[in-house]
Design a protein around this ligand. Structure first.
Ligand code: C2E
Ligand code: MG
Ligand code: MG
Ligand code: MG
Length: 271
């Protein structure tokens, strides 16, 4: 009887599991050729200075338009691209495209590009960034590279060498999604980031939780005393903006001050 139930359960789940595996496999195949088929684009989200109230730059965010499934979230395809290694080529494309776009803007605003931890492992990241700057003519001082704690977990000495190499090119380095990883404070001590981006979960929590407000305030003060700028991510409401301003952050990025937008709209905001 028990055995029969077990078999029944097995039969019930097997097709569903196969479907999930199949779906993943087919997404993987599509992802491998998405770059060659020009299915990626970049969206640009404004970053607004709280000192001047103007757009100081944009973050470039990768978009994949799948021919049958439509837009697929980076939260879905980036982990898969990292797993199968294609993030290196996709990341190079994103970097070059973002630099080229920024080089065409009417004002010398900054451009922030996300780097995957996988891109640190290949041993040619400094070369890749050097090439992107040379090919597009972008002033290195306008480029910000965003890294997450995931990049720092691997092999700290190797990563620090790469970060110092990047810094040597004259680009700036930001710590993204700050506060969500494991040992953020020791990273801030090991490497002098130019900017800390406060994760949107803390910003979102500020309205209902005194703890989130206290964390945002502490990060803003930490940044100020270490000489690092601080950007609050995910600011959606005027109340959140007021609270962020009161805590002394340098910059905000969120739906309130601008959603990620196509390149031509971003360029138009700077004219
Ligand atoms: P991230 O670097 O932390 O980027 C910020 C994410 O927050 C973006 O999601 C943005 O659209 C979203 N966001 C901004 N303001 C708001 C807001 O007010 N409310 C809400 N709810 N969300 C907001 P997106 O574009 O889906 O990207 C997700 C993540 O995918 C990024 O997080 C980044 O880690 C990764 N990613 C995106 N583009 C690239 C890329 O070119 N390379 C790599 N390696 N990762 C990328
Ligand atoms: Mg980012
Ligand atoms: Mg972030
Ligand atoms: Mg994030």
């Amino acid at each position: 009887r028990a055995k029969a139930d077990g078999r029944a359960t097995y039969r019930f789940f097997e097709p569903a599991m196969n479907a999930a595996v199949q779906a993943r496999r087919s997404l993987e195949i599509d992802l491998r050729r998405a770059l060659a088929l020009k299915q990626f684009s970049l969206a640009f989200q404004p970053q607004v200075s709280l000192e001047t109230g103007t757009v100081s730059g944009f973050e470039a965010l990768l978009r994949w338009h799948h021919p049958e499934r439509g837009p697929i979230s980076p939260a879905t395809f980036i982990p898969l691209a990292e797993e199968i290694g294609v993030i290196v080529g996709i990341g190079e494309w994103a970097l070059r495209t973002a630099c080229r776009e920024a080089a065409s803007w009417a004002q010398p605003a900054s451009i922030a590009v996300n780097l995957s931890p996988v891109q640190f492992r290949g041993g040619k990241l400094v070369e890749t960034v050097t090439l992107a700057l040379a090919q597009t003519g972008l002033d290195p001082a306008r480029l910000e590279l965003e890294i997450t704690e995931g990049a720092l977990l691997d092999d700290t000495d190797g990563v620090l060498t790469v970060l110092n190499g990047l810094r040597g090119l004259g680009v700036r380095i930001s710590m993204d999604d700050f506060g969500t990883g494991y040992s953020s404070l020791s990273y801030l001590q090991k490497f002098p980031f130019d900017k800390i981006k406060i994760d949107q979960s803390f910003v979102r929590g500020m309205a209902g939780s005194a703890e989130c407000g206290a964390i945002v305030r502490a990060i803003a003060r930490l940044g100020a005393s270490l000489g690092m700028r601080t950007t609050a991510e995910g600011v959606e409401t005027a109340d959140q903006l007021d609270a962020i301003r009161a805590e002394g952050c340098s910059e905000v990025q969120g739906y309130l001050t601008g959603r990620p937008m196509p390149a031509d709209q971003a360029a138009a905001l700077l004219t």
